[in-house]
Design a protein around this ligand. Structure first.
Ligand SMILES: Cc1cc2nc3c(=O)[nH]c(=O)nc-3n(C[C@H](O)[C@H](O)[C@H](O)COP(=O)(O)OP(=O)(O)OC[C@H]3O[C@@H](n4cnc5c(N)ncnc54)[C@H](O)[C@@H]3O)c2cc1C
Length: 438
């Protein structure tokens, strides 16, 4: 079967425009350390240009206002957007909002709830609202969602939510949160959880803090970066009452919705990592041809040439694997591409990390300093091996699916003495004739 990642010339022109636009209009914003409010003001005119180009929220089908490009084209777009942390926001493609739009769209497709579409889905899609996705809890292992302890209890026309979440990205700047909670403890395990829309101003929603992280380190007592784009919030839900219409999809759909959201969401991360890795690689190569040490520029040292060769090979393998997974999603849907999505999640995260690490090394002290974006990229890249499922969990998915194709064999199928015995029987006549000849 032919794999085809080609796109038409008109689309190539759009990609060229994106590359120029990201470099000229978005890169400069990175240096200004803007808070969320000012950032939104700064990017509004840029978002208008993206909309005019027909490139806004391109991941969505046309009936929801997206360009309906499919995953392969999206991969090529995200590769450019991934270069800058703000670019996905400018293009209406930023996590967690993009995943939440898809989640709400799936919920609305089930219930045909026009009110949910108008009140939450469309404003989120337009960038008028911001959202968070509140699933992980400090007390239970996020890798095993069956352990989620946050509860949702039905009380007349309302749901009452109680629980403790953390790492809700953008929680402190969100207008509403999508909360996963145990709603039907008696149901079969995969139907026990539901998802709910919880507006942040509902009584009982307590955004405790933005958790200081490797990406945004501050002292534990500080709220210094509270309210910044991309921070990860700890949230307590204490007797939070929401109307029954805030249930997304049907009761018990939580698991299904999470799967639908995380499949494409994961590969979008991988696509963006290609762009991050490329930016680090460009810095690596530029420094290699510029820095003079021990009689020559760094690019003439074999060790540095090895890094460049290894990085390019690793980036190319990640790119092809990402495009292949995207192509497979376009043909078979996310469920058909589960192994490929899982593979690129851990492989891509590793490649990103390695390339940034080498780029830092080639810059020496400058690479370690905040005078270059590399150190921030490195800190953010470490999280890629954890969020949306840690490496180990994706490797389990891949290994389990692969192993389904194998049956136990007491004697290995390739055992040469055993094969030789069979071969001797199979070719007995020939062997007899040839031994008589010799
Ligand atoms: C930057 C960032 C952003 C995030 N954003 C969000 C968000 O917006 N919303 C949200 O709900 N969550 C978010 N998360 C949380 C993320 O989804 C969880 O961290 C992740 O699912 C892992 O859960 P955990 O942290 O509880 O680790 P645990 O589940 O406790 O796992 C810890 C470690 O155990 C190992 N492990 C786990 N299972 C196995 C296994 N079966 N076999 C072998 N080893 C295993 C892995 O090495 C894993 O890293 C974010 C996390 C980060 C770092």
């Amino acid at each position: 079967m032919a794999w085809d990642f080609t796109t038409e010339p008109e689309f190539e022109e759009k990609l060229d425009w994106m590359l120029r636009f990201v470099g000229e209009e978005i890169y400069p914003l990175e240096t200004l350390n803007l808070n969320h409010k000012i950032l939104l003001k700064a990017i509004a005119p840029l978002q208008a240009q993206v909309k005019a180009q027909g490139l806004w929220a391109a991941y969505l089908p046309p009936e929801l206002g997206g360009a309906g490009f499919g995953q392969v084209k999206l991969a090529l777009m995200h590769e450019i957007l991934g270069r800058s942390v703000y670019a996905p926001l400018v293009f209406g493609n930023n996590a967690p909002d993009s995943g939440n739009v898809e989640l709400l769209a799936n919920g609305v497709a089930t219930t045909k709830d026009e009110n949910m579409k108008k009140r939450w889905l469309l404003p989120l899609l337009e960038g008028q609202l911001r959202s968070g996705f509140s699933m992980t809890e400090p007390e239970t292992a996020g890798s095993d969602p069956m352990l989620i302890a946050t509860t949702a209890r039905r009380d007349g026309d309302e749901w009452v939510i109680n629980g403790h979440k953390w790492f809700t990205t953008n929680g402190s700047i969100a207008d509403f949160l999508i909360v996963m909670a145990l709603s039907s403890p008696e149901a079969e395990p995969r139907r026990r959880f539901s998802m709910f829309i919880v507006p942040v101003d509902t009584q009982g929603v307590n955004i405790v803090r933005d958790v200081p992280t490797l990406e945004n380190p501050t002292s534990n007592s500080s709220k210094e970066h509270f309210g910044y784009f991309g921070a990860h919030s700890e949230i307590r839900y204490d007797n939070v009452r929401i109307p029954s219409e805030n249930l997304i999809g049907r009761e018990g759909d939580g698991f299904l919705l999470a799967q639908q959201r995380l499949g494409p969401g994961r590969i979008h991360h991988c696509m963006r990592w290609l762009g991050q890795a490329r930016r680090a690689f460009d810095m690596l190569c530029e420094r290699a041809v510029s820095r003079f040490v021990h009689g020559s520029v760094l690019s003439e040292k074999q060790g540095i040439q090895n890094w460049i060769a290894d990085s390019l090979a690793e980036m190319t393998s990640a790119r092809l694997l990402t495009l292949y997974a995207a192509w497979k999603i376009d043909r078979e849907g996310p469920a058909g591409a589960r192994v490929e999505i899982a593979m690129i999640k851990y492989h891509g995260a590793g490649v990103l990390y390695n390339v940034i690490d080498r780029a830092i090394q080639v810059h020496g002290a400058l690479g370690f300093s905040s005078d270059l974006p590399l150190e921030a990229m490195y800190r953010a890249a470490r999280a890629a091996r954890i969020y949306d499922g840690p490496d180990e969990v994706h490797k389990i998915t891949v290994a389990k699916r692969v192993l389904r194709q194998y049956t136990p064999s007491e004697i290995p199928t390739e055992h040469i003495p055993t094969r030789q015995a069979s071969a001797k029987i199979k070719f007995a006549k020939l062997l007899e004739e040839t031994s008589a000849d010799s």
